[in-house]
Ligand binder design. Structure first.
Ligand SMILES: O=C[C@H](O)COP(=O)(O)O
Length: 256
């Protein structure tokens, strides 16, 4: 089944609002109609969302805006958190959930990831659910079991239709921001294992339609090898998303 690729840029905690305008405008300046073959998403810090949306909306460049995190409640006494209605109000259509940095540094558990995914899907927003193993887990030989358990936990309680709307991003923790990438064979093996797990949960047809991304030091020089993998449908990009030329080159690679 042909799946539309996704190239999503996770800016992490980089770019002030002023800088976000420059970077999003730089990306948008590269837009050409071939990009319509790809879902292109910019995920800036939440304080930048409105500015980035305004730039992209003005240009009508068919690039969407995503958040890096969200709370599952719609409002209330949750100091420092941001809700789905707030994200929607600023034009956000996507949200990253369960990034390993949130799991490791901010105590995000599988149960919290699941609540966020459920709330997003129920609201009609598109979730990019991050999963991935540490080097210790990989060296112990249980990377696939660990990652597939994360997938099951993230999608628990969703209807088949709801689960099918999610995107999974496989990001081996040892490859994030380290310059060390998984090999395309490792990425493909894990993406295939994730798809098989999703198939157990929601059936073959829906599993074949789900997009599975690779993330971890993906850049223009190595993107084509990942994008050529049968079960890899795009990338969740960190460092290379902070340079408009590099990010545009990744979208171009996915547009072929
Ligand atoms: O969300 C993006 C990933 O953590 C990858 O980051 P990176 O491309 O800087 O390794």
């Amino acid at each position: 089944m042909a799946r539309k690729p996704i190239i999503a840029g996770n800016w992490k905690m980089n770019m002030t609002p002023a800088e976000s305008v420059v970077l999003s405008q730089g990306v948008s300046n590269h837009y050409d109609r071939k990009w319509d073959k790809v879902d292109v998403v910019l995920c800036p810090p939440s304080i930048d969302l409105r500015s980035v949306f305004t730039v992209l909306d003005f240009d009508k460049s068919n690039i969407e805006v995503g958040a890096q995190n969200v709370h599952w409640e719609a409002s209330g006494a949750y100091t420092g958190e941001i809700s789905i209605p707030m994200l929607k109000d600023v034009g956000c259509t996507w949200c990253i959930v369960g990034h390993s940095e949130r799991r490791e540094m901010f105590g995000e558990t599988d149960a919290m990831v699941n609540k966020k995914v459920r709330a997003l899907v129920e609201s009609g927003m598109k979730a990019i659910v991050c999963v991935g193993e540490s080097l210790a887990v990989r060296d112990a030989g249980d990377a696939e079991g660990f990652v597939c358990d994360q997938v099951r936990a993230a999608l628990a309680g969703l209807s088949d239709d709801e689960a099918a709307q999610c995107t999974i991003a496989y990001e081996p923790i040892w490859a994030i921001g380290t310059g060390r990438t998984a090999t395309p064979e490792q990425a493909e093996a894990m993406a295939a294992a994730i798809r098989a797990t999703v198939q157990e949960l929601i059936g073959e047809q829906a599993a074949q339609g789900m997009r599975i991304l690779y993330g971890g030091s993906m850049k223009p020089a190595n993107a084509e090898a990942f994008l050529a993998c049968e079960n890899v449908d795009g990338g969740l990009i960190g460092g290379a998303a902070l340079k408009a030329d590099d990010f545009a080159a990744l979208v171009a690679a996915a547009s072929k």
